[in-house]
Design a binder for this molecule. Sequence first.
Ligand SMILES: *Cc1c(COP(=O)(O)O)cnc(C)c1O
Length: 398
Amino acid sequence: MNQTETEVKEAQVDAATGTSAQPNVKLTPKENRVINFFQDATPLDWEDWRWQMRNRIRTKEVLSKIVNLTPEEEQGVDSCKDKLTMSIPPYWASLMDPEDPACPIRLQTIPQVHEFQTAPEELADPCGEDKNMPVHGLVHRYPDRVLFLVNEMCAMYCRYCTRSRMVGDGNRTLRPSTYEAAYDYIRSNKKIRDVLISGGDPLTLGDNMLESIIKNIRSIPHVEFVRIGSRVPVTLPQRVTTDLVNILKRYGPIWMSLHFNHPKEVTKRVKFACDLLADNGIVMGSQTVLLKGVNDKPATMKKLFHELLKIRVRPYYIYQCDPILGSKHFRTSVATGINIIEKLRGHTTGYAVPTYVIDGPGGGGKIPVTPDYIQSYEDGVMTLRNYAGQTYKYIDPV
Ligand SMILES: *Cc1c(COP(=O)(O)O)cnc(C)c1O
């Protein structure tokens, strides 16, 4: 590529995304392997989040060039068309092992036939969100905070998605015209001090739309801060541009709940995005979903949480996988989750120990599930055990 072409490419990145956050784009060997399947694409295209969105992998034809699909995966891709669609940004595709069907990134991303088998306890809306919506898109479960679902689009559709009933590029149930009703509801409920913006994924919206939402919410006097729930910094870190961060900075304090499930997701490129967010005052936590074959081993979780602390992301929750339709192959026993916490608490940095929760089916909200450290309680004497199994008596000043 000659100098002029480079300049043209740079100008395109500027127009599409604002200043590209990453100056000297250098792709990894895995990224180079994937970009080669896209004709004429350059590293600057790769760095442009809109290029990544436009070129998401959505068909078996393209996917089968990038990974060696198993028959179960092929059938899964064929069958998912009228359900939760498949969508894979090229960046995210570069994290998939082309040969290993047990690759944790593949398991979360490529539909499998098991998705189309439902168990009796499974529900389309397991957390009972739809019935707790006083206004379209606004889930009001706890008195002092609301969950505002601003869109249905994600960069990548996680196969175990708790909102698979409503997400997907084709669904258009939430429109900007419905936002006003949500703002009115928040404005008229003075108890709401915390607004969690989620979706879909709010970071798939353009900068202007996102800014308008945050600005409208922050203009309500009793709202103390906003939170953004997003997996985009993980599946499409190129979206975290300097422009985006400059917008977010203006409306602080902003907390961000990211969604990491496996240490493979914590790449150099993701670190770059998280550094930009953290350096600009955005506080980050991670919500992790406990998934069979992906992260159900204590050592995998520990490694993930150590990697997250290194990029200034605090592990916040581990979720028991919600019983959405066709999720049986992903769900582990609750004992698996409790054992993970048992193997973390006391054994490593306290900041690396999130709270393990089950979202109470039907609308109970997040209920913590913990190992039992109280062995007995008699006449004000508590017998406690520590992480190493030693027991201690504590006199309770009742
Ligand atoms: C998870 C959730 C929240 C936020 O809960 P925190 O424990 O404060 O993070 C709020 N509303 C709904 C409906 C939720 O599902």
